[in-house]
Design a protein. Structure first.
Length: 142
């Protein structure tokens, strides 16, 4: 199961500009004419649309691997976005944080893993569910 290990808030004051190359990366031999930087990218501004509502969440587990979310990944989570059908969300179900895809069909809510080894979590009337935020990006160190 993909659970949340750690939550940290976005710190807007820690912006750093990173060089961005004009051309895309080639899978073969790159052109020598493409050896220059076209602009600078602030990775924080690129990943964060709503700074005061954005948090970084560390993942533990493999239940979301088919959505490209792996163990130890850092998720960018925006709490200001409405959680709608099909979005990947951070949910609190019965006091446990988890990351899953939200399904809301005809008023019936389910949380689906993106790994065939895990069954959907069907939310019943006795379950306590709160959607904490919507995942907007995945950050991974190689």
């Amino acid at each position: 199961m993909a659970n949340v290990v750690e939550i940290s808030s976005y710190d807007e004051s820690k912006g750093h500009l990173i060089p961005v190359f004009l051309s895309k990366v080639q899978a073969g031999f790159p052109s020598p004419a493409d050896d220059y930087v076209a602009q600078k990218l602030d990775i924080n501004k690129y990943l964060v649309s709503h700074p005061t509502a954005t948090f970084f969440v560390k993942v533990a587990g493999d239940s979301m691997k088919n959505a490209g979310i792996l163990d130890n990944d850092m998720l960018v989570v925006d709490r200001s976005i409405d959680a709608s059908h099909g979005k990947i969300v951070i949910a609190i179900i019965n006091n446990e944080l988890t990351v899953k895809r939200l399904y809301n069909k005809q008023g019936k809510i389910e949380l689906h893993a993106e790994n065939e080894l895990y069954l959907p979590v069907k939310i019943n009337s006795y379950d306590e569910l709160r959607i904490w935020g919507v995942v907007t990006a995945v950050v991974r160190k190689l």
